[in-house]
Design a protein around this ligand. Structure first.
Ligand SMILES: Cc1cc2nc3c(=O)[nH]c(=O)nc-3n(C[C@H](O)[C@H](O)[C@H](O)COP(=O)(O)O)c2cc1C
Length: 163
């Protein structure tokens, strides 16, 4: 029996210890393809991906080298003609990210989300053009250890009802 969507969402964790075992290329592409069914305004598909090779990875000097993940991918969102369009592109790309994380997780593959790609020198290193946003740099691989979930605020405390 497959895992329910709710259990899948709740059991995904940010992974900080990966095995060196490779991730199957076809599976990786299938998760990215699934991710592209994310909501996106005007169907503009504002996401772009950079596969980070060993040379670039070393130059990024991530303090834990993405916790040993065998695959590292950066996710960018495209520029917008207006501030609103730019924000919408970031939102859609974040939806893409979550779809991807969940698709990988369903297959038993863990992900680590790093924000280092947004730092000016790393943007330059990755060749990110002006107007693009770096949503994240993701380590992807089989987890050695899955941490316990950090508690969340009861959602009812986050809901305000308007008249
Ligand atoms: C936009 C964004 C940036 C993040 N950047 C980092 C980061 O630089 N380093 C890190 O350890 N985790 C980063 N995270 C992951 C969060 O720390 C993690 O999701 C949070 O601690 C909750 O843990 P969980 O994902 O296991 O539920 C980032 C998450 C998001 C959404």
């Amino acid at each position: 029996m497959s895992i329910s969507t709710i259990d899948l969402i709740k059991s995904r964790r940010n992974i900080k210890a990966f095995k060196s075992d490779p991730v199957e290329e076809e599976a990786l592409i299938s998760w990215l393809e699934a991710a592209s069914f994310a909501p996106n305004h005007r169907c503009n598909e504002p996401w772009e991906l950079l596969r980070i090779g060993p040379e670039t990875r070393a130059k990024l000097k991530h303090k834990s080298d993405f916790w040993g993940a065998p695959v590292v991918i950066a996710l960018l969102s495209k520029p917008g003609a207006t501030g609103l369009e730019r924000d919408e592109n970031v939102m859609a790309a974040a939806c893409f990210a979550q779809n991807f994380l969940l698709a990988a997780h369903e297959a038993g593959v863990g992900t680590f989300w790093s924000s280092i790609g947004g730092l000016p020198h790393n943007r330059e290193l990755l060749g990110v053009e002006e107007g693009y946003e770096v949503i994240g740099v993701f380590g992807i691989g089989y987890p050695i250890e899955v941490p316990a979930a950090k508690p969340r605020t009861p959602i009812k405390e986050k809901i305000k009802t308007l008249p």
